[in-house]
Ligand binder design. Structure first.
Ligand SMILES: NC(=O)c1ccc[n+]([C@@H]2O[C@H](COP(=O)([O-])OP(=O)(O)OC[C@H]3O[C@@H](n4cnc5c(N)ncnc54)[C@H](OP(=O)(O)O)[C@@H]3O)[C@@H](O)[C@H]2O)c1
Length: 279
């Protein structure tokens, strides 16, 4: 019996601390993984328009047959749909594919210099006001731009979904998100699988009877960070959820933080108009 998953309060919603990431679950692969994840006890699924799998995620949600309010569903608006009108239409399409009347969280996938952020934030608030999403948020927004988006939004920013794993410090963004009442959601939380070979994580894991992946995910949720590991393996699906029966000491947390390095970033598609936080 899995331990129950804690919620992380985030803007105006409570997000289950761990969810299933679905990027690269393509050609129908997302449907069985979503279904299996929900059977195992996951209650949070992350997708995006650009992943091309909203339809399969929707089929997995439908096949699992859980009451709609038992599963936290996030999708993201792709940058081609940031104009007033386009954004709303694209979200209606996402909902049709996902087979739900409303998602729980809708994110802007990457920041973009045009159209003006005020226009996009107004459209994002409009879909929330119309009930197409319960909450709104951002993804890949550096801290200054995150604060600007928050200042342009009537609704609170629930989360900023950013790359975060032991090799990449996100000290500044985590502190700034907290200051505006938002959470951080960690993408590529396992550094795309690289954590499995990390001696420090292997050693800490041995002390707890856990794998390096489990230690990493525990390190994130223990900081109040939401995490969304992806896997295409049923074995790792269960492994990644089994992180709520142990705790890392302050010293272990600090050893993992110390793994951050300047070249630790894996995904860098930020528009040149913006700059990442230094750390
Ligand atoms: N907002 C954004 O711009 C953005 C960008 C990237 C990702 N994301 C989101 O974040 C999710 C996760 O990120 P990600 O898919 O890039 O990377 P990730 O979750 O860090 O790593 C996934 C990789 O790690 C392997 N893996 C899974 N569990 C493992 C474990 N316990 N131990 C060792 N290896 C393990 C997987 O292999 P197997 O499949 O073989 O298990 C896969 O190759 C995505 O699916 C997506 O939902 C968002």
């Amino acid at each position: 019996m899995p331990h129950s998953i804690p919620d992380i309060r985030s803007g105006d919603v409570a997000m289950p601390a761990i969810g299933l990431g679905t990027w690269q679950l393509e050609n129908g692969a997302a449907q069985p993984m979503v279904e299996k994840a929900l059977e195992l006890g996951y209650r949070h699924v992350d997708t995006a328009q650009i992943y091309g799998n909203e339809q399969d995620v929707g089929a997995g949600l439908a096949a699992a047959g859980l009451p709609r309010d038992q599963v936290f569903v996030t999708t993201k608006v792709w940058i081609d749909h940031f104009r007033e009108g386009d954004l709303q239409r694209s979200v209606e399409e996402s909902l049709k594919k996902l087979r739900v009347p409303q998602v729980d969280l809708l994110l802007l996938h990457w920041p973009k210099p045009q159209p003006p952020l005020a226009e996009t934030m107004a459209a994002l608030n409009d879909v929330r006001d119309r009930g197409l999403t319960r909450a709104i948020g951002l993804s890949n927004f550096p801290s200054a731009l995150m604060a600007k988006a928050a200042s342009l939004s009537a609704a609170p920013i629930a989360t900023n979904q950013i790359e975060y794993h032991p090799y990449l410090s996100q000290k500044t963004l985590i502190a700034k998100a907290k200051a505006i009442g938002a959470s951080i959601t960690a993408w590529s939380p396992l550094a795309q699988g690289k954590v499995a070979d990390e001696p420090v994580l292997i050693e800490i894991g041995q002390a707890h009877g856990k794998t390096p992946g489990q230690v990493t995910l525990r390190w994130q949720v223990q900081q109040g960070v939401v995490t969304i590991p992806k896997t295409s393996s049923e074995k790792r699906l269960a492994e990644n959820l089994d992180i709520f029966d142990f705790a890392l000491s302050d010293e272990e947390m600090a050893r993992i933080h110390a793994l951050a390095r300047p070249d630790g970033r894996l995904g860098n598609w930020l528009d040149k108009a913006f700059a990442w936080d230094a750390e």
